[in-house]
Design a protein around this ligand. Sequence first.
Ligand code: NAD
Length: 333
Amino acid sequence: MIPVYVFDTKPYDREPLQRASAGMEIEWRFLECRLSAETVSAARGAHTVCTFVNDRLDRPCLEALAALGVKHIALRCAGFNSVDLPAAKELGLAVTRVPAYSPYAVAEHAIALLLALNRKIPRANNRVHDLNFSINGLVGIDLHGKTAGIYGTGKIGRVTAQILRGFGMRVLAFDVFPSVEWAQHYGVEYTDAQTLIREAAVLSLHTPLTPETHHLIRRETLELMQPGAFLINVSRGALIDSSALIDALKSGRLGGVGLDVYEEEEGVFFEDFSGQILQDDVLARLLTFPNVLITAHQAFLTQEALAEIARVTATNIHARGHGQPFLAETALH
Ligand code: NAD
């Protein structure tokens, strides 16, 4: 049996992993704590550690994992900014991820945030449940005919662009590696980053978090945005400078902001703090704006995506345990 310790386990993780590993001789040990240098001793006895977006695999954590005899880190997510990859390589720790489980899940959530914001669905729903059937203050805009800007046209950005084209929007895109044929096929126009930000009535961010994209949306970029524009981020929180965003929201210039990620989400998102005092003043301020919609990193959360994450993760763990190669494009070094 291959002992696999699953950190930051939630109820929805267990069943798909168990089902995907049927007949694979994997012994899952589900832990609720997140993996970090402080909690790493919990990995004693593991061959593989299976982690998610808010585990922190920095050098001290990786050194401790290597010392414990761990051989493989199986990320059950696409983003890998949580791992110090050069350190993992140096220490001989294999690292795999799930590069594409369902771009549809994430793109559809971005659209859900946009539509709910624009048509003020949470407010409207609260009202009718209070038997207030007034529609005053619920005016939205037609998306048809407006311009959307897709920042990053990888798997998720492309699906988002395609859906917005279906609404009859003009779609502009920016990427350091443009997908020219795809853009021609779907009638998407590539442009430079500044033009994209300046012209978009809806700006949706779909790049990974890297040193280049950190605070991609900051004071200067927010000033370029159109009055009344919608900003959607389902990628990584630190693409946006939250303090600058609060100032832009206070000025009333933005139409709405939909966030599935937040730069200080670690330790807050995925947990139940109801009945407690929120300690994060920036998040608390964001939650006061009527035109800000926040979900707690759930864009990936569909049955199809969970099943695919589990299939790729279990297959790679089985492969590593039996000296076989990983699935194509899942190994990070
Ligand atoms: P991808 O690798 O297919 O696409 C990323 C695109 O960004 C690529 O085309 C790349 O060229 C482009 N890019 C990289 N650096 C750039 C830069 N500096 N400027 C412009 N473009 C740049 O990734 P994906 O599958 O589309 O996922 C995108 C991101 O979404 C992931 O990195 C992850 O952080 C996030 N994500 C979030 C969730 C969620 O549940 N909220 C789920 C999955 C992924």
